[in-house]
Design a protein around this ligand. Structure first.
Ligand code: NAD
Ligand code: MG
Length: 393
């Protein structure tokens, strides 16, 4: 029996994880569930899965959750705050941790799981982008098992040699596929007045709002390039992005002998989640089997960096190294939040990130303090830039 903690249980990845867990009561029990604000949804999950512990974002939310669980006769222990997130991630009573909090908020608890030597199912790419070296060192030093859940990285993991899932061993290139999002073919002159709902209407995937906007700007692919660099040790020039609008080929690995291995499937996050949960076994994930005769052709094209400047910015940050990826991520989080809140335009996101990256001091990313400082400074700079733009619009 594997005991699971799900950080970010009420999100899109969290819900898909519980859907897979529900199919295998003989293999998995839920040790802890966490959510930030969605108390009612978390209460329903606790009633269904009876975790030992639940963590929410505030004392008020904890009080509400306690009351709901008391009425339902569920004796889950409820607590709140960041230290409690780290505590459930490192708990001796849990074997595996699904890291599915969105954004920088996921960094500390995900790192805590790695330091406790857990099986870490990594969905939260922002944590790795911010702190790649520290995180990968923690995994190694504490004997954690790191399984990528991001569909592209999960695909690459499956296509790399099983005995050494790192770049090397005859690998020539890593090919990351990208759908191109909802604006792949839209007239670039109309991109400035896109609404948040339009940006979140992804053609192939249903996801949280932050990652949906990232997919529309292709910053998501940029973050994934940096994620691939850390997960697999691949240098920037060996990571290639390919637009593939059907989202059937989830990514590929090209070898020196000319072989290219790909992982295919319908776009459903339950596939990589089930892979991470059961690795190295395979279990039913509830996913519709792929019928390639219905796919209507698989297409591939080069990404257009004029249309998607965020992708180029991410490559720049990866090449610059140090805290540049941390700054990129922080500025992007602030810019996306401002866009979702109606404060800035869609096209301002790339502008803001570029501006903050350019002005930020370079620095090494070798301590958590240095990373958190760079994150704080970049957020402050991005907020000031948002305020300036909001005045002009
Ligand atoms: P989501 O917005 O649907 O859910 C986010 C979860 O994080 C929620 O449970 C929320 O309660 C929690 N949360 C938010 N802010 C928090 C905070 N400050 N402190 C603690 N908890 C907080 O997001 P999602 O789409 O499920 O994505 C989660 C992560 O997985 C992201 O990092 C995303 O990039 C990554 N990811 C998602 C998908 C997908 O298909 N949704 C695919 C690949 C990677
Ligand atoms: Mg992805």
């Amino acid at each position: 029996m594997q005991r699971i903690t799900i950080l970010g249980a009420t999100g899109s990845i969290g819900e898909s994880t519980l859907d897979v867990v529900r199919r295998h009561p003989d293999r998995y029990t839920v040790h802890a569930l966490t959510a930030h604000r969605q108390v009612r949804k978390l209460a329903e999950q606790c009633i269904a899965f009876r975790p030992a512990r639940a963590v929410v974002g505030s004392a008020e939310a904890a009080g509400e959750l306690q009351a709901l669980l008391r009425d339902a006769g569920v004796d889950t222990e409820v607590s709140h705050g960041e230290a409690e997130l780290e505590s459930v991630a490192a708990d001796a009573q849990t074997d595996a941790v699904m890291a599915a909090i969105v954004g920088a908020a996921g960094l500390r608890p995900t790192l805590a799981a790695a330091r406790a030597g857990k099986r870490v199912l990594l969905a939260n790419k922002e944590a790795l982008v911010m702190s790649g070296r520290i995180f990968m060192d923690a995994v190694r030093e504490h004997g954690a098992t790191l399984l990528p859940i991001d569909s592209e990285h999960n695909a690459i993991f499956q296509c790399l040699p099983a005995d050494d899932p790192r770049y090397g061993g005859g690998v020539a290139r890593v090919l990351l596929t990208a759908s191109g999002g909802p604006f792949r073919t839209r007239d670039p002159d109309t991109l400035h007045d896109i609404s948040p709902d339009e940006a979140c209407a992804h053609p192939n995937w249903v996801m949280g709002r932050k990652i949906s906007v990232d997919s529309a700007t292709m910053m998501n692919k940029g973050l994934e390039v940096i994620e691939a660099h850390w997960l697999f040790g691949a240098p920037a020039e060996r990571i290639e992005v390919l637009i593939h609008p059907q989202s059937i080929v989830h990514s590929m690995v090209a070898y020196h002998d000319g072989s290219v291995l790909a992982q295919l499937g319908n776009p459903d996050m339950r596939t990589p989640i089930a892979y991470g949960l059961a690795y190295p076994e395979r279990i039913d994930a509830g996913v519709t089997p792929l019928d390639l005769t219905l796919a209507g052709g698989l297409h591939f094209e080069k990404p257009d960096l004029q249309r998607f400047p965020c992708l180029g910015l991410a490559f720049d940050a990866l090449r610059a190294g140090g805290v540049a990826p941390t700054v990129l991520n922080a500025a992007n989080e602030v810019a996306v939040e401002a866009f979702l809140g109606g404060k800035v335009r869609f096209t301002d996101i790339a502008q803001l990130v570029a501006q903050v990256l350019q002005a930020a001091p370079a620095g090494a990313a070798d301590t958590l303090d240095a990373i958190l400082d760079a994150d704080r400074m970049a957020r402050a700079a991005a907020r000031a830039a948002v305020a300036g733009l909001a005045l002009r619009h």
